[in-house]
Design a protein around this ligand. Structure first.
Ligand code: SF4
Length: 563
């Protein structure tokens, strides 16, 4: 037994390695990034001495990552693919269809949700995707569970021939705890053995059969989750008023209040104990356990981290007489993360005076501090690029009016240029959207239409929009901010080096004289503004590549060079 202090993401990554992983793929996205970083570190350190070291690589986007993982599974070996919650939207096509393939080597799709949107544009809850595709979902609540569930999820994936979602949330991904790894249980990798081709050919006649088979599997999966130790049911038939269902970190917050809740229950219902409880750590819903719970109580309180997924599902499967309360009924907030104080209130407990007074004092103190929204680093190259763009936009607005100029930006550090003091963008929607929106605005009649995108985001999902612009000869000015790195998630490498962008864009059909490569720095601001205006006037597709290395990447590169 080896004890280690690991992040939730790292504990899971170690679990996959110990469970016989052959390959991991992913696209960086907070809070999931550290899973792949752990696997890549293992790969880089060990591959020279051991050819069997599991491959671990970043990919252009979540879709390509999942497709690579599918290839590993088809070959009979275990694979993991990692992404943040909105990344699963990008990978939704292979994900939904993977559910219809007869998964051969275990396949885990590790998705990290971000309640409270600490570094995301939405709070979407990946359990809805698991339900949509009818595949199991594991949800660890501790670092130890994250480690152990890697083994279980691979086993379930291979036993039932389905992909499995492993759902993380920010607080678990990014907090550390001791984990115990039993090294006697380390598994060897599966041998190479291809899947049956009939199970993977999703042609309509075969896919129809696969779909029916997937539906037929649901009873087996429900039987599995009902028997699973991850879904413990503790019945107390003496308490008929209430039962409690927890999901994800909701359990931790419930347990933090347990001693007080026991005392509270004893006062209110002497000798009857606390209500029955069911924790749901694996999906699909353990229906028998839920029915037993409903038989004991008139009301079920659902405490879950994320959107009210369980609460919604329960309303559909429990008898109508059972009242379900939680986020839909306002007992817990719909938006943002849970915390022990919120759960305490939902349980009917008095506010925890010590915690509350401290919290109130901190809140009071914070309320008087000046706001500190995230900002570009001092000296960031984007600062110079946006200054040139703002000056170009001001000149174009002067000439054609504000409704004839639009700047659509994208996801990355440069999204920070959308806020004060630069206020350089009018839209930031999702990865890759900037170029598509610029095209649409241009086609709607906006004369000067800019799409601002980073190097990695361009390769992730901007490139196809540029193809559309070229194919439709739509006048747009794409500004590719090439800082040579995926900066926002901690400086992972961009899939292609800077030198490849110009030939790549030329190959897509952009006229060579309208691919402008500019060094972005304070001395060039004015000259770069002129180039941006020139290209905006061009009635075709132009791409202005503004190049300078991210400061953080520069620091990391120098540090490595000194070692
Ligand atoms: S990390 Fe790099 S790209 Fe991001 S704000 Fe700082 S300097 Fe700019």
């Amino acid at each position: 037994m080896k004890d280690m202090v690991l992040l939730g993401d790292e504990a899971f990554a170690l679990g996959t390695l110990h469970a016989g992983l052959s390959a991991g793929f992913g696209y960086p996205g907070t809070p999931s990034t550290e899973i792949m970083e752990y696997l890549i570190d293992n790969y880089e350190r060990n591959r020279a001495k051991d050819a069997q070291t599991p491959v671990a690589q970043w990919c252009s986007n979540e879709k390509t990552a999942l497709e690579a993982a599918l290839g590993v599974s088809f070959a009979g070996r275990r694979a993991v693919v990692t992404m943040k919650h909105v990344g699963l939207n990008v990978a939704a096509d292979p994900f939904m269809n993977a559910a219809l393939c007869g998964i051969k080597g275990g396949l885990i799709i590790a998705v990290a949700d971000d309640p409270s949107m600490h570094s995301s544009q939405g709070e979407q809850d990946s359990r809805f995707y698991a339900d949509f595709a009818m595949v199991p979902c594991f949800e660890p609540t501790t670092q130890q569970e994250a480690y152990e569930m890697a083994f279980e999820a691979f086993d379930v994936s291979e036993k039932y021939h389905v992909p499995v979602i492993m759902r993380f949330v920010t607080r678990l991904s990014h907090s550390r705890a001791v984990i115990h790894a039993d090294e006697t249980k380390i598994r060897a990798q599966n041998k190479l053995e291809k899947a049956d081709r009939k199970e993977w050919m999703l042609l309509p006649a075969l896919a129809r059969k696969n779909y029916e088979r997937m539906i037929a599997k649901q009873d087996e999966l429900v039987a599995y989750t009902t028997a699973s130790k991850r879904n413990p049911l503790v019945l107390n038939p003496k308490r008929k008023d209430l039962a409690i269902v927890t999901g994800g970190l909701g359990r931790n917050y419930f347990l933090e209040n347990l001693e007080d809740y026991k005392a509270f229950s004893e006062k209110k219902f002497p000798g009857l104990g606390i209500p029955s409880t069911l924790h749901i750590g694996t999906l699909p819903l353990p229906l028998d356990s839920l029915k037993k719970l409903a038989d004991t109580a008139e009301t079920i309180l659902v405490i879950e981290e994320g959107q009210p997924f369980l609460e919604k599902q329960l309303r559909g499967v429990l008898p109508q007489k059972t009242k379900v309360v939680g986020k839909f009924t306002g007992l817990l907030p719909r938006a943002g993360e849970l915390n022990p104080d919120l759960v305490r209130k939902a349980l009917g407990l008095e506010p925890n005076k010590t915690v509350l007074s401290e919290t109130a004092a901190v809140a009071d103190f914070c309320a008087n501090l000046p706001g500190r929204p995230p900002q570009l680093c001092n000296g960031c190259p984007h600062m110079d690029s946006y200054t040139s763009l703002n000056n170009a936009v001001a000149a174009l607005v002067e000439k054609a009016g504000k409704d004839n100029v639009t700047v659509n930006a994208d996801i990355g550090c440069y999204a920070l240029g959308g806020a004060a003091p630069l206020n350089a963008a009018e839209s930031i929607v999702c990865m890759g959207a900037s170029i598509g929106m610029a095209r649409g605005a241009s086609q709607a009649g906006v004369k000067y239409s800019f799409g601002v995108i980073g190097d990695s985001t361009f390769l992730h999902s901007g490139i196809t929009n540029l193809v559309d612009c070229v194919a439709t000869k739509t006048p747009v000015t794409v500004i590719l901010l090439d800082n040579t790195i995926v900066a926002m998630t901690g400086c992972q490498p961009t899939m292609l080096p800077s030198s490849q962008f110009e030939p790549l864009i030329k190959g897509l059909g952009v006229e060579p004289e309208h691919i402008r490569v500019l060094a972005t720095n304070p001395a060039n601001r004015e000259a770069n503004t002129k180039v941006l205006i020139e290209e905006a006037e061009y009635r075709g597709v132009s791409v202005v590549i503004m190049v300078r290395e991210c400061l953080e990447a520069f620091r990391i590169r120098n540090k490595k060079a000194k070692k």
